[in-house]
Structure formats: C-alpha cells, structure tokens
Design a protein around this ligand. Structure first.
Ligand code: ME8
Length: 657
C-alpha cells in the first residue's frame, strides 16, 4: 500500500482505556477531542471512522475484579457499559466501540503475532526483570528507581519466565528516519523531540507475552502464554480497520490521539515498529495531549483517586447556571478545548469554567442570538427576509475564518479554530452595535433593515455550523431557534457561504441557552476570600505615585500557574545577545525549555542551580527559533535587576501563591 495515497475514509482513534475505574476528565478529554475532530471531518463531508474502546486484558483489571469479588466477564461487561454510557452522555459519537475481548480482535491479535513470529520479528527467549502492574510495563532491573517503577514510583514485581520478544531494536534507525522525514508524524513538536531522544537513547526488544494468567489472548500455538496487554491493545487499531482483511479505504489512520504518557514508549515506538514488521503504512499523525492536573499539580488519575468527573461537573454547572444538561455538557466540551492549547498541561478549575461560560458563551454567543432574534420578531414579524446575493456584510470575515479554521484543524489546533469562530461573533456583535437596526426601523429604512438583519441571522447560521463539532447540542438548539429544524442537511462546511440562509423562514425564539452565572454569588457560596469586594477593578496608584495599575480578583490571580523551578542549564541563544535558553525543572517528567532575557545581567554560572519562580502556564512562544514554555520572574523596570528566587531550597514544581 502506498503511504502517500490518501485513504478515502478519515480514520481516527483514541487510546482504549483500562477498565479499572470509571471515565474521568483525562480519558474524557482525549475522547472529546477526538470526537470533535471526527465531527469536523464529517461536517466537511468526509467519510469518517472514529474508534474508541476499552482495554480489558490488563493484570490490574483482573486484580480489580478479584478485589471486588466479581467474576471477570461480569466486571468487563459492566465497565464496557459504563464507558459507553458516559461517552454518549458527553455527546461522543463513535463509529466503533471496541473491546479487546471482541471476537474479531482476537483474530487480529493472533494473526499479527503469528506473522511476526514467522518473519522472525518475534522470538522466544527468557525474561528476567520487573513488571509494574499499575503501568502494565516491563522494566529491566537497571531502570528501577530504588526498586520502584521509574514512571509511577510504585513497587514493581519481579518476573522470571520464558517469554516472547518483539525486535523493536531492529527498527530504531527506520523509526528515526521516518520521524525526521515526516515532521507532521508526531505532534506537538516538543513531543516529537522527546520521542527522538527516547529512540536514540537505545531501544530494547519488548517482551510481548506473559505466563501464568488466564486473562488475555493466547499466543497462537503456545497457549501457556498470553499476549502482553500493550501488544494486544495497540492491535485494536488494526482490528477496527478489518485486519487481517485490512480495508484499503481506511488504512492507515489519519489521526491518533493519546496522552503524552503513552507516546514515546508505546505509540511512537513499538506501534510503528510493529507496523513496519507487518509491512504496513504508518499512521499519518500521532498527537499527544497534555495532562489535566489537580490543584496540587499531580496528574489526575484513577489510581491517585483525585479524579474530576465531567458528568458531575456538568450537573454542577447546570445547577449553578440553570442551563440544561446537554448545554452544560457542551459548555464543558468547549471549555476543555478552548481554555488549553491541545498538547499542554492544565489544572482544572470550576471558576475558569464559569468565567468561560459567562464570557464566551453567555456574553458573546448567547448575546448575538438573544439580541438578533427579538429584532427579527419585532421589526420583521419573525420572518427572515429573502437572501442577498452573497455579497453580505460578512463575506470577507467568513472567508478569512474558514481558511484560518482549515489551516488550524490540519494541525489539530482546536483553540485557534474556536478563536476564529469567536472573531466572527465579535464582528457580528459589533455590526449590530454600529448599524443600529432599531434606528433603521425608526427611520423607516426597510430595505437596509432587512439587509442588516438578514446578514446577521445568516452569520449566526454559519457560526452554528462551525461550532457544531464542539457543541452539537447547542448548535442544534440555535438551529431550532433560527427556525431551521428539519433542515439539518444544511449544517455543512460547504454551506458556510454568505447568503445561504433560506428566505421566508419563521424564526422560533426560545429561552436564553446560556443563563448568566452570578459569579459573585458563586464565590461567596464557596467561601472564597475573593467574594468580598475584590472584584473592584478601580485603578490604584503604586508606591511611586506615578503608575496606575488595576486590581485583579483572587480568581484572576489564581489562574496563574506560578511554580518553583530549578535552573539546570543556561546557554546563549545564537545571534541574540540578551537571551538565554534555559532548561528548568518545574516538577514535571521532563524539564522545560524557557527563553529568558537575562544574558546581559547574569552569567550562566550564576543561574545554574538557582531556584526561581516560573510562570508555568504562559502561552508557549517561539523566540528566535527556540520554543519557550513559560517565563522566569525577575525584578526591574526596563531590564532585569534581580531574579525572584527562594530563600531556602524548595522542591521544583512547588506552587507559589
Ligand atoms: O494507558 N490528563 O489506558 P488508560 C489527560 N490502556 N489525559 C489523561 C489523564 C489526565 N490526567 N489521565 C488519563 C492506557 N488520560 C492503555 C492505552 S492504547 C492502545 C492503550 C488519558 O486508561 C490519556 O489520553 O491509563 C492517556 O493516554 C489515557 O487516558 C490512558 O488511559
């Protein structure tokens, strides 16, 4: 199969999740993101195959079932159901929900195993080493940290068994070549570099079987062994595409999303190496999402017991705002993809969600609808006038927005996509302010009034179409209020042209979709200090009496992710004599790269090992060709005079508040 040939179907996947606990913000996030991408491609008229599912053959799954005293099959059935229900409640519309206990998956796994065994890529040997059950990963002795798993820090178990191995090492050079030659293969770019470092650090052959357990798919011809859970799980992507009778229209996947934790070792190494061994084209794009962290900066995970349940959040949002459950779910979908750049970490905050709800949804989106429809009602008897010739007021804005969205979605940039749509909203709201339809009505300028209201209603139609992948329920509610119920066939990318609103339609004004939240009341209820009068935005004079600064609320301040960082390295940025490229430990798995304008005032030696304060959630920027992820705080008006440091040693990553 030719790798460059575009398959007719857009095939996209999420990881398949371990059924050890219920879905949460982390698993929901990746699945919602993939659902949005799937809906976007459907909107564009493409044939889409979107698969997600569950990973059932893990040791930890078996142990969870045993601990509960539930027979394994019953346990698996229950969780498959729980996941499906949760995804449907979150408006996730997949084409295939795969379970690794599915019959076609067993066939695919055994076929892959047999083929690789035959070609010599899988061979039998002895495994002497360790296994981390929470991570379901094999580690050689040398990788352990004080006897514990290097990834999660928990106790690893010793294993000694005859086992099958996959020759990952054989594919190291080919993998590096593929990654280097295809810059779009692994995104974001920082992850791509991480993967290259991982592979170039040397690959070991992967142990791909396990003895002494009944849970799993038997190794063909050697039933004492079952296929290792990760090897089994990765093959799900082939199963969905029909393997061994692979559907040419589907293969290879166009987009595979997963968390950054399972990119380097699994999705960017073993997985493509397996495909190389099978002689199959590699996925077109692997996109690693960042993590949702708890307030304490820990990864939110089932095993840590600090989960945020999105459906509970939706319920809470519904209670606070009075919006319907489907609207609350859509608001969360919007928030997750708008508030954070896909690929970066973030911590979940209800206040951030409420701010987006009020600002972006109630104010911007709700507003345009709530002011336009009553005007059509009052001045035009509720009937949308006949279309103009497409030369309407927003022709240029819409064109620019579509091309920006097209470009953004090619790099899976949901945030930029939504920003483009919100630019259209701003243009619409500004247009109404400027054209004052009420004045046109008063002055009897009927033709102009009709044109202004037509263009605005038509713009709302385009906006409802463009937000439909993100907020399907909100989009159809707007559609309904526009009087377009029953004409869902018009919700299409190709109809996002000005002037396509059918004339003569009677609008169906409804209740506001996003009732505004009284944030002060919420804060007061939550007992937040910020409640008492700190919303006051009056300008204050600073100590010098010369400069006015605005006060901010406690909530605004708490949006800053200020952390202790330890500078591990400082090197000059070529041709930029003020800049250092700093490597800073901010308590994450990998140190971050930050560009800082400190090079004229501080020597690299002075900076080395310094404990500093880092703004960790500053939007990443590329400065003189270097990707900078955060900012080091320093004092000084025009140039840095002193670094903001700590008066004693402190764990990198500690919160500064
Ligand atoms: O790893 N923030 O399953 P899993 C963001 N079965 N995303 C998170 C997250 C968080 N706090 N926590 C989890 C497995 N995720 C394997 C996958 S695929 C062939 C096999 C998301 O249940 C993220 O996408 O541990 C991560 O990669 C995935 O859940 C892991 O889910």
């Amino acid at each position: 199969m030719d790798n460059n040939q575009t398959a007719a179907r857009f095939y996209l996947t999420t990881p398949i999740y371990y059924v050890t606990a219920e879905p949460h913000i982390g698993t929901g996030y990746c699945t919602i993101a993939t659902d949005v991408a799937a809906r976007y491609h459907r909107l564009r008229g493409e044939d889409v195959l979107f698969a997600t599912g569950v990973d059932e053959h893990a040791q930890k799954v078996l142990r969870a079932a045993e601990a509960e005293g539930t027979p394994i099959d019953e346990f698996l059935d229950r969780f498959a159901h729980v996941y499906q229900e949760a995804w449907s409640a979150l408006h996730i519309d997949c084409d295939r929900f795969i379970r690794t206990s599915d019959a076609d998956h067993k066939v695919a796994v055994q076929e892959v195993f047999a083929r690789l065994l035959e070609s010599g890529d899988i061979y039998k040997s002895e495994y002497e080493g360790w296994y981390c059950v929470p991570c379901e990963t094999y580690f050689p002795e040398g990788d352990l940290v004080e006897g514990n798993c290097p990834d999660c820090g928990r106790k690893a178990e010793k294993l000694s068994q005859d086992a099958y191995f996959f020759r990952t090492s054989h594919y190291a050079d080919a993998l590096v070549k593929h990654i280097e030659e295809n810059p779009g293969f692994i995104l974001p770019e920082s992850r791509r570099n991480e993967v290259l470092t991982f592979i170039k650090g040397g690959l070991r052959d992967a142990c791909v079987s396990r003895k002494g357990t009944d849970l799993g798919i038997p190794v063909p011809g050697d039933e004492e062994h079952v296929v290792y859970v990760w090897f089994d799980a990765l093959i799900n992507y082939l199963t969905v595409a029909g393997y061994p009778d692979l559907d040419d229209a589907t293969w290879p996947p166009d987009l595979q999303l997963m968390g950054k934790d399972i990119l380097p070792r699994f999705h960017a190494t073993i997985w493509p190496a397996m495909l190389m061994g099978l002689g199959l084209p590699l996925p077109r794009m692997l996109f690693a999402t960042g993590w949702w962290l708890s307030d304490a900066g820990d990864k939110i995970s089932k095993s840590k017991g600090n989960v945020v349940d999105l459906l509970q959040v939706a319920e809470q949002l519904g209670e606070i705002s009075g919006c319907t459950q489907p609207v609350a779910v859509d608001a969360i979908r919007y928030f997750l993809l708008r508030d954070v750049q896909l690929g970066l970490d973030s911590s979940f905050s209800m206040m951030n969600l409420l701010n987006r709800f009020n600002g972006d949804l109630a104010n911007d989106l709700g507003n345009i609808l709530n002011r336009t429809l009553p005007l059509v009602d009052r001045f035009l008897g509720g009937t949308v006038p006949e279309p103009n010739d497409g030369s309407g007021a927003f022709a240029e804005d819409i064109k620019a927005s579509l091309s920006a969205i097209d470009e953004a979605m090619q790099r899976v940039d949901f945030r930029a996509t939504l920003e483009s749509v919100w630019r259209l909203l701003a243009a619409g709201n500004k247009f109404i302010d400027e054209r004052e339809p009420w004045t046109l009505h008063k002055e009897g300028k009927r033709e102009e009034l009709e044109a202004v209201l037509y263009d605005t209603v038509d713009l709302i139609r385009v906006i409802a179409t463009l937000i439909s992948p993100f907020m399907p329920a909100v989009s159809s509610e707007i559609w309904k209020q526009l009087g377009l119920e029953g004409r869902e066939n018009l919700v299409a990318w190709d109809n996002c042209t000005p002037g396509a609103f059918p004339g003569g339609v009677k609008i169906q004004k409804g209740d506001p979709i996003f009732p505004r939240v009284d944030l002060k009341k919420v804060q007061a209820d939550a007992g937040e200090q910020a409640a008492d009068g700190k919303q006051d935005k009056r300008a204050r004079k600073d100590k010098t009496g010369s400069k006015a600064v605005s006060t901010i609320t406690y909530d605004e301040f708490s949006q800053l992710d200020l952390r202790v960082g330890k500078i591990l390295d400082a090197e000059n940025v070529p041709d930029a004599d003020k800049l250092y490229k700093l490597t800073v430990d901010v308590g994450e798995e990998e140190p971050r790269t930050l560009v800082a304008g400190l090079a004229q005032e501080f020597s690299a030696r002075e900076l080395l090992d310094a404990y500093v304060v880092v703004v960790a959630n500053l939007e990443p920027a590329t400065i003189r060709g270097v990707d900078s992820n955060g900012m080091v705080l320093a004092a000084g008006e025009k140039k840095p005079i002193a670094l903001v440091t700590l008066d004693r040693e402190c764990e990198p990553g500690s919160k500064v508040r």
